[in-house]
Structure formats: C-alpha cells, structure tokens
Design a protein around this ligand. Structure first.
Ligand code: SF4
Ligand code: SF4
Length: 367
C-alpha cells in the first residue's frame, strides 16, 4: 500500500496526467480450463501455442514502470519459463499477482520461493457448485482449495479472485467469503463479468443497475473477518455509492500481439510501445461517458479500480474515504432484505463443455 501511495504521489507531483498502476501481463493465452465467460481461450490453436519470452516480459514491465504486475492469461503456470519470469520480476522489486486456476498450483509450488513480492491470486468463483459450474469443470473447486491450503502452509501470500455473473446468489457469495477467510487467504478480489463478444456464454452478463444491486446485497453488512484485497472505494463503486469514469491506461495490457488498445478487455488494435499506446489511443472514445456501446455496461476492476486508487491516494478526502471504508461494516437494512429475495431468473442454466470435443462445444441445460 505504501509503495502504491508513494508512486501515485510522485506521479501527481510530476504533473503526469496518465500513468499506469498495474500491468496486465499476459504471457500466454492457453489454459487447462475453458470457462464459459472467458474471452481469452477462444483464440485459434496457432495463437494459443505462442507465448512471451521472459525478456519480453521484463522489457514490458520496465517500459511502463509500474509498481505492480498482474500475470493473468490463459493459465500462467502452463508457461514453461514462468518461474524465471516470476523470479526476474521479484528481482526488479515488482509486486506480482500470479493469477491461476490452481489446477497445477500444488504440484508447482516447490519451484517457487515465498516472497513479499509474490502473491498467488487463485481464480475461485464462489462455493463448490458455483465455481465448478462457472469453470465448467466438476472437481475444479476441490483441486483449487488443495492448492490454496498448500500455498498458505508453505508461507506464500494467497488471495482469491472471483468474477460474478447474472443469477449469482448473494447468500452463497457471503458463505464463500467465510470459507476462504477460514483457509488463511490474505484477501478477496472480486469483479462483475465483462461481456466479451468471444465468450461462449452470452446470457449471464449484467447491466450496471443489476451489478449495483447484486454487490449491495453481497458487500453490505460485512462480517469483521472479511478482508478484501481491493480499494474500498472501488467496492463502494460496485455497491452504487460512488461514481467513477474509466481509467483504462491505469491497467494496460501487454501480450503476444503488443500493447492492447484501450484495455485488458477490448481489442481495438495494438501499439508497439507503451508510449505509442499512451500517445495515440483515442481515450475519449472509451468509458461510459463516451457513449461507446462496448463500455456501456462495464464496471470491471481493470478499468474502474485505478480510478478509485488514484482518488484514494491522490486527495485527503479520498484517503479518509479509504480508511473509513476499511473499518466500516456498511450496515444497511434494505440490503438485508435483498438477501431474502429469490434469484432474479429462477434456476440458472448450466453451460457445460461436451467431453472429448476437439474444440470446446457448449450446450445449455437447466441446473
Ligand atoms: S481459468 Fe481463466 S484463462 Fe482459463 S478458461 Fe477460465 S477464465 Fe479463461
Ligand atoms: S469501460 Fe471497460 S471496456 Fe471500456 S475502456 Fe474501460 S475497462 Fe475497457
């Protein structure tokens, strides 16, 4: 937190208008899962075979100068040189969030060394049934839990990372928070899903009003032991208590194609350098205020959490809001009533992958 605060203050004092906070460094797109809401693993096989070299990863990190690096994908643990990449980033004193579905985590842990710079951010979308449904893999939850427990036992920093879609049961999510806190994770990261056009399940993405309603039900009346590894101001934004515009340059994305415009989610072309990305992207064409339909329903953390972090560390009022948010339980009687309402669409539909198919084939059934 101190590193990020110092970084934001330095940038503000230097008069920088646009600066990145966390690099979304995607070393590869291939994965050992095929989640229905994923916008990454639908690339053709020749793209899925490609990956960034460690040197390309280090060059991207140095070029943009961020204090934090998120390693999503794909599944980073499938990269044959992931240990070299992680160790190189630690040597550069970067705070790394290695995002993993944890199918391989327990087996690979002996290759890594615990460090304050390294956090395993485990993709866990809720309690057992919900997670297995979300990742289209029965047993996925149990394997991920084994990985989390082993990582905590070995002294690694661990967080969980959840994406929620329409039809999510807020009571189940609150039960999930209890479960992961009991496992000894440092904090929970959460975000509403983004409606990727490439994702095979297009039915469960939410509009902004539904996002606010869901997150108000989930995040009000918090239990004292719940910890979130996110800006409290961003959580208030999800609950509908704050308004932010998108800061897409706050979490730039770099992958095998180059610097992705304008953000981790949209692909409106690529720049060869970070400077070119900053200088030549038409930023005014993105975010809700722009009227761009691709941004209309987006409340995703990679676009809006940087806005919250910059406010939190960039003004006394924002800093006070963060402190107050960290220690508040957000008591709210109306939100308690929301927890007793039936799910908006009745029983959820199940998206499953047909076994043995060369490419993922999705079919819907009723749960
Ligand atoms: S684990 Fe992540 S990268 Fe892999 S399919 Fe699921 S969402 Fe996509
Ligand atoms: S609103 Fe969402 S999709 Fe649009 S630029 Fe921002 S993060 Fe990307």
């Amino acid at each position: 937190m101190a590193t990020v605060a110092a970084y934001v203050l330095k940038k503000r004092l230097a008069g920088n208008k646009r600066y990145p906070l966390v690099l979304m460094l995607e070393p590869l797109f291939r994965c050992n899962l095929a989640c229905a809401g994923c916008g990454k693993v639908q690339y053709p096989p020749h793209i899925l075979k490609k990956q960034l070299t460690p040197e390309e990863c280090f060059a991207a990190v140095e070029e943009c100068g961020v204090p934090m690096v998120s390693l999503p994908g794909g599944e980073p643990l499938l990269h044959p040189q992931i240990v070299e990449i992680v160790n190189g980033l630690i040597a550069r004193k970067k705070y790394i969030y290695l995002c993993t579905n944890a199918l391989e985590l327990k087996r690979r842990l002996p290759e890594f060394t615990p460090s304050k710079y390294l956090t395993f951010s485990v993709h866990l979308d809720g309690q057992r049934d919900h997670h297995d449904f979300s990742v289209c893999r029965e047993g996925g939850y149990d394997i991920a839990i084994e990985g989390i427990k082993e990582a905590v036992k070995r002294g690694f920093r661990v967080t969980t990372n959840a994406t929620f879609f329409d039809g999510t049961d807020p009571n189940s999510v609150r039960g999930f928070f209890d479960e992961v806190m009991d496992m000894g994770v440092e904090g929970i990261v959460l975000s509403p899903g983004y409606s990727y056009d490439k994702a095979p399940d297009q039915h469960h993405f939410m509009g902004r009003a539904r996002v606010r309603r869901l997150f108000r039900a989930i995040l009000s009346n918090r239990k004292p032991n719940w910890k979130f590894n996110m800006s409290p101001l961003f959580l208030e934004f999800l609950m509908g208590d704050r308004k932010y515009e998108c800061t897409p340059w706050g979490s730039p994305a770099y992958n095998i194609f180059g610097w992705q415009r304008p953000c981790y989610l949209l692909q409106d072309g690529y720049a060869e350098t970070f400077k070119e990305l900053l200088d030549t992207t038409k930023w005014e064409e993105y975010g809700v205020a722009s009227g761009n339909p691709k941004c209309a329903n987006c409340m995703v953390s990679c676009g809006y959490e940087p806005s919250a972090v910059i406010e939190g560390f960039g003004s006394l009022r924002g800093f006070w809001g963060m402190i107050r948010g960290t220690f508040s339980s957000y008591r709210d009687e109306h939100a308690l009533k929301l927890l007793n309402e039936p799910a908006p669409h009745g029983p959820a539909t199940l998206v499953k992958i047909a076994a043995g198919a060369e490419k993922p084939v999705f079919e819907e059934t009723h749960a």
